[in-house]
Design a protein around this ligand. Sequence first.
Ligand SMILES: Nc1ncnc2c1ncn2[C@@H]1O[C@H](COP(=O)(O)OP(=O)(O)OP(=O)(O)O)[C@@H](O)[C@H]1O
Ligand SMILES: [Mg+2]
Length: 459
Amino acid sequence: MAAGVVLRPSWREAGYLATPALLAVAALWLVGQLAILPALLAVLATAGLALGLAAWRARDLARLARWLDGVGSAAGDPPPEIGPPLDAVVQPLVEVGRAVRRQRAELAGQRRLIEAVLGRLPDPVLLIGRERVIRLANPAAERSFGGSLVGLPLGRAVRDPTVTAAVTAAIETGSNSTVTFSPAADRLKQFAAHVGPVPLEDGATGVLMTFREQSEQVLIERMRSDFVANASHEIRTPLAAIHGLIETLQGPARDDAAAREAFLDTMAQETARMTRLVDDLLSLSRIELAAHQPPTERCDVDRVLASVVDRMRPLAAKRRVRLEYVDGEPLPPVLADTDQLHQLFVNLIDNAIKYGGGKPVRIEAEARAAAPADAGGVSGRPCVVVAVVDRGDGIAAEHIPRLTERFYRVDKARSRGQGGTGLGLAIVKHIVRRHGGHLEITSQLGKGSRFTVYLPCAG
Ligand SMILES: Nc1ncnc2c1ncn2[C@@H]1O[C@H](COP(=O)(O)OP(=O)(O)OP(=O)(O)O)[C@@H](O)[C@H]1O
Ligand SMILES: [Mg+2]
């Protein structure tokens, strides 16, 4: 019924109301107690009164009709007061109306609660109804599978034969299953989907699908197996070389003194490289273990740098590389692990000497009131900036983001030839990270490279 309903007074009701009075007037007129004129006036007055009463009743009923019509609305207007005798009929209607209103409010509340819970779930959830149409999709599902999904066929959100088979099994045999798949739009992602039947309100079988993204686990697993493969390869290469040399020494070169000398030298180099590799791996795992314990020692970066430069001078001299470091103004202290800071600068200066093409290597250090905006966690904070600058061949842009990966080398043969393990910059990255700092690598082919470390000053 429309909300603006107006009921007209009923002629029949007016007739019922007027009948007794009209009969009395007619009787009085018949027995001669009433003249024709007053009798007509009495009839008119009675009819008017009856119509008025019927209109009054119609207005009450219209108010009731409007109230019942608004039962579904949120506003809880009180029901209209209807006098006797109709209130005996109206009261049960009012009770029904009240109950409906309460139930609708409860349903709306429950719906809001379900939507809030689904909205909060970090994992995607889909409810599939008849004809495999998506009935419900939480925001996580819309983020993962794209756009508004409700009303679309499941295949538009997740198109994967294993998922389709699991949904069919849930509908036809009521079975629960968990399947893994990668969305067609992003093959690097992986989800585990739990698929199970749920009864729909009309008795049909729907399917509830809950998803868990496993991309990170898959990535970690891939990195772990890559790491094991790389580490084994790095160890197997020198081992194979040593093994070959031993066999040659036991066989054809048994009595060749010159070959023996040369082979022993190579074997010593290879074992030294293996020892360095194991040492680097151990120090990487030690740094990673302490990754979440920020260093607490107050440390003077200029003193560490002076000691590292002294230590590196013999290697630089051997390769005829000049180390340029001016120990100028004292720098403000930083919170650091002195040994790790040592290792960080040794690795950077060692690279600059090795890959700097024999040209001078400059080490710059200064204090800054605020690190630049792109300096990660240090940006905007007072910091000490150390840069190791060489004028070597430089590094092509596509290699730069990968340099800090374990075992990543631009030129494998050249690095190995220099005795490198490919772990130096990975160690640098982890040390900088543990110190809450930032590492910036810039390079120009043919001109050289600059490795800049930002370390936050001690508060
Ligand atoms: N200053 C630099 N100039 C040019 N290339 C560099 C420079 N520093 C590093 N690289 C490149 O980055 C790669 C990774 O460096 P990293 O220090 O991690 O390993 P490495 O020097 O090969 O071995 P390690 O440091 O363990 O002895 C190097 O193999 C080299 O190709
Ligand atoms: Mg190195």
